[in-house]
Ligand binder design. Structure first.
Ligand SMILES: [Zn+2]
Length: 402
């Protein structure tokens, strides 16, 4: 089991200077290798002879710089193979460095880094297992963080065993439809809205970005405004991540099988046309699904991504195709007479596909109570119990306390 956790770092001025010079050297090596088309570890000893300053950086960190170029190039060529249009790798300054296996030590609330020094670290949650990697990161708002990657063999074994246990009768299953009008609608009728505090911060961000565009290039005021934008950006990001973590945590804690939609580009374009920025939505959905997937894996639960095609069009009660365009918010089936909110119908389909996918038998259509569905006028005010006894309507304020 791999655990990835971010911790805050508070380097002294002196150590910070060393961190910056280390990053600077990493950038130099990165760009040098790119320029000379060499991305092999064996270049490093020669490079050290020509540029002795490089020795100021731990050798594993340098190796990782070279490896990163190799990985990036590999990723690019893979995209190319798939027919995607790709550019070349560009020169850039690096804002992170990777320590692996050696060169670091954590002693209570101190992180010791080879060739850099000792940095106070806030260990805000326990680190499970052995530390494999520490990524030191400097962000745009001038803050430092350590991302710690650890591996826990015991937990892995435990999860492995659990995943081979046959699901019992009390199995709780949910399908989640991510959409534009609200953040998500699930197959138990729980609707989660886009978080208000994120919306508020997003508005502020837009305002500050507009201000930035009015500032003269190269001016001091522009620099200052850039800093403000980065600050607000960080705030939006933190609030959104917090929301995504809590929401995904709720699902993993509540259910044994969570079915999500596979997010394809077409799907995102089709779905993402609201007042919210499309890019932001796309990123949130992707992140949310990743959070659910890895949290479920950690908890020994099931999370699957089903094929998205037709989830909104198919009738979840009778299985017939009922075409509808984006503006139609209600699913009204002419074949079986069921009426329900569009997103709720999609969530049902996602759930059914999820059950099918893990091989727990094809669920019979018609197990849903049509009577109940027809009387459902507004999903937000009514909680619908279809197969699951456990029902809670979670408002945004409740989510924030979960
Ligand atoms: Zn139907």
């Amino acid at each position: 089991m791999i655990q990835v956790t971010r911790f805050k770092l508070y380097p002294s001025k002196e150590v910070e200077g060393k961190l910056f010079s280390n990053l600077h050297i990493c950038s130099f090596v990165y760009n040098w290798c790119l320029e000379h088309n060499i991305w092999n570890d064996s270049v490093l000893p020669q490079l050290k002879e020509v540029y002795p300053d490089i020795k100021e950086v731990h050798s594993i960190v340098l190796q990782n710089v070279v490896h990163q170029i190799r990985d990036n190039i590999k990723a690019l060529s893979e995209l190319k193979k798939k027919g995607k249009k790709v550019g070349r790798l560009r020169h850039k300054s690096r804002h992170s460095m990777i320590f692996e296996q050696t060169g670091f030590k954590i002693d209570r609330d101190m992180l010791k880094l080879s060739k850099i020094g000792t940095i106070p670290i806030v260990i805000s949650r326990p680190i499970d297992g052995t530390i494999k990697q520490i990524i030191i990161k400097h962000n745009k708002t001038n803050k430092w963080a350590a991302i710690i990657v650890s591996e826990d063999k015991i937990k892995e074994w435990y999860t492995f065993r659990r995943s081979y246990q046959k699901p019992g009768n009390s199995l709780k299953v949910v399908g989640i439809d991510l959409n534009v009008s609200n953040f998500s609608t699930d197959s138990n009728g729980l609707v989660i809205d886009h978080p208000k505090n994120v919306k508020k911060a997003e508005k502020k961000l837009k305002r500050q970005q507009k201000k930035l565009s009015r500032r003269k290039k190269g001016s001091f005021n522009r620099k200052k405004q850039k800093w403000i934008v980065a600050k607000v950006h960080e705030k939006v990001e933190n609030r959104r991540n917090d929301f995504l973590h809590k929401t995904s945590r709720y699902y993993v804690d509540t259910y044994d099988l969570i079915a999500l939609e596979e997010l394809s580009i077409d799907r995102m374009v089709q779905k993402g046309n609201s007042g919210l920025s499309k890019a932001i939505l796309d990123a949130s959905w992707g992140k949310f699904e990743n959070y659910v997937l890895y949290k479920a894996e950690n908890a020994g639960k099931y999370a699957v991504q089903v094929i998205a095609k037709g989830t909104t069009q198919d009738c979840s009660v009778c299985g017939k195709i009922v075409p509808k365009d984006l503006s139609q918010r209600i699913h009204s089936c002419p074949y079986c007479g069921s009426v329900m909110p569009r997103d709720y119908n999609a969530a049902q389909n996602i759930k059914l596909r999820g059950i099918e996918m893990v091989g727990w038998g094809t669920p019979e259509p018609g197990t849903l109570d049509i009577e109940k569905l027809n009387t459902l006028a507004e999903i937000r005010t009514s909680i619908l119990d279809v197969n699951n006894p456990e029902q809670v309507f979670v408002s945004e304020t409740r989510i924030s306390r979960l």
